[in-house]
Design a protein around this ligand. Structure first.
Ligand code: SAM
Length: 316
């Protein structure tokens, strides 16, 4: 489906919950507490996905919150996988508890995983995630590789003064394993990200690691700029929405777990799909089409943007 600026929108980021088993320092603040009360059911998600596919969605990423906290995640994945039009079905996860479920998710039709990992040091990982277990992430990655999951991407949010001393270790991961490591620029969503001094631009990393050379993108609309060095088994990517805006080629929209379609991470406009869900599939189709048409030209991160939802409530 097309938006008002002629962009083809074929990528849905589907948040299945706001709940998360971690409390990453840049994502969740204070003592916020989320329940399953307002979450769309698996059936409602399936109905929305069906209309999105009819409108041209060809890639679905399951995200959250933490998708693994939903006990019916395998069902949600299987419902999406039954659409042959969805060529790419993937999930973003913190991998806590992934090890025991990854084979079932693979069987349900999940094709690929992005795994969030901000430190390779046990203590720092626990500190940055406020309680996460590094061993769970590494066990999850091993299990994913063992059950034939497609390309694994590790997402690392660089935060000055927290994990910047580990940049070289993450680059080594891409050298030694068939894994892509992507450094994500800290976005001004949440208090830590709104403090620009903690953001580390890609140029700074590339200057420190001149052995990294640009390589061709894996796909035309990918947000990352990819690099590799001599003999690397994986790649090092930079996703830099603040310093390198890629809105002109943005092909995505987000569905929040409480049923709102959000057209842009850096713009607070949303459309509530629940009234249409309650009426009919035809109404749902029209409501989605109209909402997507109005997708804004670009995000507002360069102004004093303040997101009305934290990242775990949008679906990062
Ligand atoms: N719980 C899952 C996970 O950790 O991958 C999925 C949801 S999480 C919100 C998705 C991604 O958003 C994670 O990679 C996380 O690091 C990233 N993220 C959250 N807040 C961010 C921020 N302010 N700036 C950049 N990335 C952020």
């Amino acid at each position: 489906m097309l938006d008002q600026f002629g962009r083809e929108i074929d990528y849905l980021r589907l948040s299945v919950t706001e709940r998360c088993n971690l409390r990453c320092i840049y994502c969740r603040e204070g003592n916020d507490c989320f329940t399953a009360e307002n979450e769309l059911s698996a059936k409602e998600i399936s109905r929305i996905v069906e209309q999105m596919v009819a409108l041209g969605v060809r890639k679905v990423r399951v995200t959250g919150g933490e998708p693994l906290v939903r006990s019916d995640l395998e069902q949600i994945v299987a419902d999406i996988a039954r659409h042959p039009e969805v060529a790419d079905l993937c999930m973003t996860t913190n991998a806590q508890g992934l090890e025991n479920r990854v084979a079932d998710l693979r069987c349900a039709g999940l094709g690929r995983l992005n795994i969030s990992l901000d430190s390779l040091c046990k203590e720092r990982y626990s500190k940055m995630t406020r309680g996460g277990h590094l061993g769970d992430v590494l066990g999850g990655i091993d299990a994913a590789l063992a059950c034939g999951m497609g390309l694994i991407k590790v997402n690392t949010v660089l935060v000055r003064g927290e994990n910047d001393s580990e940049i070289g270790d993450f680059i080594r991961l891409a050298k030694e394993y068939p894994i892509d490591v992507r450094f994500i620029e800290l976005m001004p969503i949440g208090r830590l990200g709104e403090d620009g001094t903690r953001r580390i631009p890609s140029a700074e990393v590339l200057e420190a690691y001149p052995e990294l050379r640009p390589v061709a993108p894996r796909s035309p609309c990918q947000p990352s700029e990819d690099f590799a060095g001599e003999g690397f088994r994986g790649r090092v990517g930079f996703i830099s929405p603040v310093s390198h805006k890629f809105c002109g080629v943005c092909n995505r929209v987000r569905l929040t777990s409480d049923g709102h379609l959000r057209m842009c991470l850096g713009d607070n406009a949303e459309t509530d799909l629940r009234p249409a869900l309650e009426r009919s599939d035809e109404m749902l189709f029209e409501t989605i089409r109209e909402a997507v048409w109005k997708k804004p030209r670009g995000h507002h991160f360069e102004t004093l943007f303040h997101s009305l939802r934290a990242m775990n409530r949008i679906g990062g």
